[in-house]
Design a protein around this ligand. Structure first.
Ligand SMILES: Cc1cc2nc3c(=O)[nH]c(=O)nc-3n(C[C@H](O)[C@H](O)[C@H](O)COP(=O)(O)OP(=O)(O)OC[C@H]3O[C@@H](n4cnc5c(N)ncnc54)[C@H](O)[C@@H]3O)c2cc1C
Length: 423
């Protein structure tokens, strides 16, 4: 689904909700100035945002193909925050209204169900935004976040109690309940499908001091070079958590491959994987592929392990005998960090249009380019910068800095694509 279509659907949903709200207020939109009705409007929009953030986190192919999973999750976080803020406003207005008019707070069961839902959303939301600051492991907050699948039905119970049966809002909530059930069934179905179609590890190859490629065989997978998978390994009866990795293989190959760098708890154990171990693969995801871009000359800018989508694209281009002009800039701290180096040299000989520029940021005796990938370096090799398609994949700080340099050099944002190894 193209992002524009998604936004049209969202706007139509909001307009419908506004219309439905006007219907229950009886006196028309001026009721916004009555706290009693305004709080219902906040609740209605708040719940729509919360519902949409579920839709966005479900990895639905229909939406993902247009947005890319990273942008979907970015939007998911924003929608979650907006939804929680609106529902909190609803609670506040309600409290003020009840206190002002009746002087007492209702102890009705359905009210407390709503309070529990709001508290649940607020706690899981705060954890998601602050897990790094609070030193909580990625897997821990992710597991706690799943509680939202139980919290949303609580919110629905609360609104069903309050929505007059037969009103438009009532039917809207019925539609949401049905769609939510659909989302849960889709998620479970996907999980079961992946469990029933495991891949097998067929090779484990050390690419550099701390980089290991895993090769898998299993069901044929249709993907574009540059896309990524979610990978879970079953080793010695132990199932790992799920981690995203770019497919470093080419879609022209029979095997799938990923090339994780040792960075933390899971990636440090990749080297312990054995041939014959099982892998559960959920793929493909992402839109970071030159096949999705306009037909211009390509500039690939990689930082460290950010080379993986580019090696996949170059392998694919070589296999397809693609005659494209590609300039690859690849920065690393030291040449000992390089992986796929021999293969890159070979690709450069085979592919007429490929030029690679290796940059070392912390190796004084390196004979090639040293320092950072900046505007001067890009100008030195590219001469004309606008008019090309730029792809950047590397650590967030590097990616941001290169993006700023490109914009300074008048490259339109529409010609720059970025993949960040963080969801
Ligand atoms: C689209 C995409 C493609 C990627 N491709 C590659 C690749 O080709 N090669 C490579 O080496 N790395 C890649 N990564 C990064 C890789 O997923 C993380 O380095 C890895 O998940 C870290 O796990 P850990 O337990 O070893 O580290 P930890 O120390 O536990 O985590 C380090 C950081 O990695 C992220 N992270 C941790 N666990 C997960 C998880 N289960 N899901 C999502 N993010 C997580 C979090 O931001 C966390 O703060 C990619 C990431 C994304 C989003």
């Amino acid at each position: 689904m193209k992002p524009r279509l998604f936004w049209i659907v969202v706007i139509l949903l909001m307009v419908f909700a506004l219309y439905a709200w006007v219907e229950i207020t009886e006196l028309g939109p001026l009721n916004l100035f009555y706290l009693e009705h305004a709080n219902h409007l906040f609740a209605t929009f708040g719940l729509i945002f919360i519902f949409l953030q579920f839709v966005l986190s479900t990895r639905l192919k229909l939406i993902e193909e247009g947005f890319g999973l990273d942008k979907m999750l970015h939007l998911h976080r924003h929608f979650g925050r907006i939804g929680i803020a609106l529902i909190a406003l609803h609670a506040l207005f309600f409290l003020v209204f009840i206190l002002l008019l009746t002087g007492r707070i209702s102890t009705h069961f359905f009210l407390w169900v709503g309070v529990a839902a709001l508290a649940g959303f607020a706690l899981t939301g705060a954890l998601a935004s602050n897990y790094k600051k609070w030193n909580i492991a990625y897997e821990t907050w992710k597991n706690i976040h799943l509680a939202n699948y139980a919290i949303f039905p609580l919110a629905l119970v609360h609104v069903f109690y309050n929505a007059a049966s037969g009103s438009l809002l009532y039917y809207l909530w019925i539609a949401f309940a049905a769609a939510f059930a659909g989302i849960v069934i889709h998620k479970l179905h996907r999980l079961v499908y992946i469990r029933r179609h495991p891949y097998q590890v067929v090779d484990v190859v050390q690419e550099a001091e701390d980089i290991w490629s895993l090769y898998f065989k299993g069901e044929p997978l249709r993907y574009k070079p540059g896309q990524f998978m979610h990978l879970q390994l079953l080793r010695d009866g132990q199932l790992s958590s799920s981690h995203p990795f770019t497919l470093s293989s080419s879609p022209t190959w029979e095997t799938l491959a990923v090339s994780p760098k040792e960075l933390g708890d899971f990636t440090a154990t990749v080297k312990e994987t054995k041939v014959g171990d099982k892998a559960y693969i959920d793929a493909p995801y992402g839109v970071f592929s030159y096949l999705n871009s306009a037909d211009g000359e390509l500039v690939f800018i990689a930082g460290g392990i950010g080379i993986t989508p580019f090696i996949s694209m170059l392998r694919y281009m070589a296999d397809r005998d693609t005659k494209k002009k590609v300039t690859l800039f690849w920065s690393n701290k030291h040449e000992r960090n390089l992986c796929f180096q021999e293969e890159l040299q070979q690709l450069e000989q085979e592919m007429e249009g490929l030029e690679t520029v290796l940059v070392m940021s912390r190796q004084e005796d390196w004979e090639g380019e040293k320092g950072r990938i900046d505007g001067d370096l890009l100008k030195k090799y590219l001469k004309e910068l606008p008019g090309r398609e730029y792809f950047i994949c590397g650590p967030p700080a590097m990616s941001k800095a290169v993006m700023a340099e490109l914009q300074e050099l008048k490259v339109p944002v529409s010609q720059i694509r970025r993949e960040i190894f963080e969801l």
